[in-house]
Design a protein around this ligand. Structure first.
Ligand SMILES: Cc1ncc(COP(=O)(O)O)c(C=O)c1O
Length: 362
């Protein structure tokens, strides 16, 4: 009934979401442990009482206007999405057809693979460099139809330097460069201005992480107005609902609230990284709200499963070169304490064989 490419492909597997009423410590999908600004709740209630009878504004006007104020970009350079996943899907649909090439680092956000398969595009996967560095020069040499850099990258948390991205944009000479900055509010710098400087650069943000609004599905894309015009052709007419538009505007208008939560997450991240290293894990420097904790060469699937049985969800990527790692979202301090309590007996001091013993005693 469907295209061969669709019949063939495996669906994207999102991280586990608890069932209603199920109490789990959720450190698997990089949500924010703190609530969104109280202004968001007020805006949602006001909108719910106002005009739900009517379709929403097709370009999510109030949300885009708030983004224009906050980031000091013209509105014509901003596109709102139902999460940045939708913006990524629009980008793939608009930029890639059968056999076109899309290049990105490997490992990275695995949704890119799924979107490429849907388009029947060819993936050029470039391994990360030393110390998890994004392979910017190699990506430039590939000159694919679409190049994506996830910065900070998932699942390792490393930031691509803006100067390197600037050079890559130039090297790609008119071919599209998309910079996925889903986690960049947890980093010390960002590359947003490249969307102003280069006509081939798209920068994507989400309110799911730093703004604590994963449930609202709010994303933003910044690019030259010509790129926005092309993407609008593949956009669902009313892609954001009225409640989300109001929530997104209220959240951006209170970015100070977001900053306070981000500072708390960064503080916990620093402590958690130290603790994991003390337990014997290799932990790359993270500019995001998660840590990659590796025990090189060991399959961490049993540890992830044992944590799951103790009610703690972390992310394990069984098919990746990071099979020997757990990606741990930064939760509230109490959640992290529960994680360390459960993790310690599973890995001990990371001496050989400890994982296996942990598994047996589980
Ligand atoms: C790198 C990256 N980009 C985009 C997204 C999607 O975010 P959103 O919730 O806005 O769709 C995620 C979500 O985990 C992500 O990890």
């Amino acid at each position: 009934m469907f295209r061969a490419a669709i019949e063939r492909m495996a669906p994207y597997t999102p991280g586990e979401q608890p069932r209603p009423g199920q109490r789990l410590i959720k450190l698997n999908t990089n949500e924010n442990p703190y609530p969104p600004s109280p202004r968001v709740r007020r805006a949602i209630l006001a909108e719910a009482n106002a005009a739900l009878r009517l379709y929403p504004p097709p370009r999510a006007d109030a949300f885009v206007a708030a983004a224009a104020r906050l980031y000091k970009f013209p509105r014509g350079m901003i596109l709102a999405g139902n999460g940045s996943d939708e913006l990524l899907a629009m980008l793939f649909r608009a930029a890639l057809g059968l056999g076109d090439r899309v290049a990105y680092a490997m490992p990275t956000y695995s949704l890119y693979d799924t979107l490429a398969e849907i388009q029947e595009a060819r993936v050029v996967a470039i391994p990360l460099g030393d110390n998890y560095a994004p392979p910017l020069e190699a990506l430039g040499r590939e000159a694919a139809n679409l190049t994506i850099v996830c910065s900070p990258n998932s699942p390792c948390g490393t930031l691509a330097p803006a100067a390197g991205l600037d050079a890559l944009a130039r090297k790609l000479a008119g071919r599209l460069l998309a910079i996925d900055e889903a986690y960049v509010d947890f980093a010390g710098s960002n590359a947003l201005q490249l969307a102003r400087r280069h006509r081939n650069v798209v920068v994507m943000r989400t309110l799911s992480k730093s703004y604590s609004l994963a449930g609202m599905r709010l994303g933003l894309l910044f690019a030259h107005p010509d790129i926005i015009e092309s993407l609008l052709k593949v956009k669902d007419s009313y892609n954001l609902n009225r409640v989300a538009v109001a929530a997104g505007a209220a959240a951006l208008d209170d970015s100070a609230w977001m900053r306070r939560n981000v500072e708390r997450v960064i503080h916990t991240r620093t402590e958690a990284a130290m603790r994991l290293r003390a337990m014997g894990f290799t932990v790359p420097e993270s500019a995001s709200n998660f840590l990659l904790a590796r025990l090189p060469g060991r399959d961490m699937a049993p540890v992830a499963a044992a944590l799951r049985r103790r009610g703690i969800l972390v992310r394990h990527f069984p098919k990746s070169v990071f099979r020997d790692a757990l990606r741990i979202s930064i939760g509230a301090p109490a959640e992290m304490r529960a994680l360390f309590k459960a993790l310690a007996p599973l890995v001990g001091d990371a001496a050989p064989g400890r994982i296996a013993r942990g598994r047996r005693s589980d």
